[in-house]
Design a protein around this ligand. Structure first.
Ligand code: COA
Length: 172
């Protein structure tokens, strides 16, 4: 797949060998402090390996995006269980230098297809109200706003932001 700057990206399912590199990519986003609920860097690779193995068991789908063999982003769909087994939660991150090149949209569209193939009926996510780019991408792919947690997030500088809940009802 070609990005807006002409570079080629490949998407592949997460493999155990990718874990150190995706940990470093996620840590870059954590250090930005603006986008993710997660606020601690991944330092324990054995813990990450356990997370990967558990995800495999419980049906998590995780795509890694690479440019020139280097991880530049990732996205996942994590199913709930029991009465919510028809619902999956979406998460995504792209390294700073690879944003605004169309990759987020490519990954999200890919996951909507993955959700259809796996017969999920609803994709849910949450996004900070300050994250205009992410909300634009979600809306463009037909996600609808379905709730708001006011002042849910307090940044380290003491400012607050709301967390917006969004959903996509899948029609086959
Ligand atoms: C959110 C994120 C995944 C989007 O991926 P991306 O590759 O940058 O997105 P794309 O290049 O596909 O699309 C970006 C869109 O935002 C638009 N955009 C850029 N600046 C914008 C702004 N200030 N307000 C609204 N839209 C904006 C672009 O025009 C583009 O839309 P278009 O394709 O309709 O022209 C990525 O920016 C990212 O990883 N951010 C940090 C981590 C994060 O926010 N994760 C999601 C947490 S919920």
């Amino acid at each position: 797949m070609t990005l807006k700057n002409g570079q080629t990206t490949s998407l592949s399912w997460l493999e155990e060998d990718d874990l150190p590199e995706i940990a470093e990519a996620i840590n870059c986003i954590v250090r930005e402090e603006k986008y993710l609920l997660m606020d601690k860097e991944i330092t324990d690779l054995e813990f990450e390996r356990m997370w990967f193995l558990e995800g495999k068991e419980t049906g998590m789908r995780y795509l890694v995006a690479k440019v020139n063999g280097k991880v530049v982003g990732g996205a996942s769909l994590t199913p709930f269980t029991g009465k919510r087994a028809h619902v999956a939660e979406f998460g995504i991150y792209i390294l700073k230098n690879y944003r605004a090149l169309g990759l987020g949209t490519i990954l999200l569209k890919e996951f909507i297809e993955v959700a259809k193939k796996n017969r999920f009926e609803v994709i849910q996510l949450s996004v900070f109200s300050t994250n205009k780019v992410a909300m634009h991408v979600y809306r463009k792919c037909n996600f609808k706003r379905c709730g708001k947690l006011t002042h849910d997030i307090k940044f380290t500088d003491g400012t607050y932001t709301d967390r917006i809940m969004m959903e996509l009802l899948i029609t086959q």
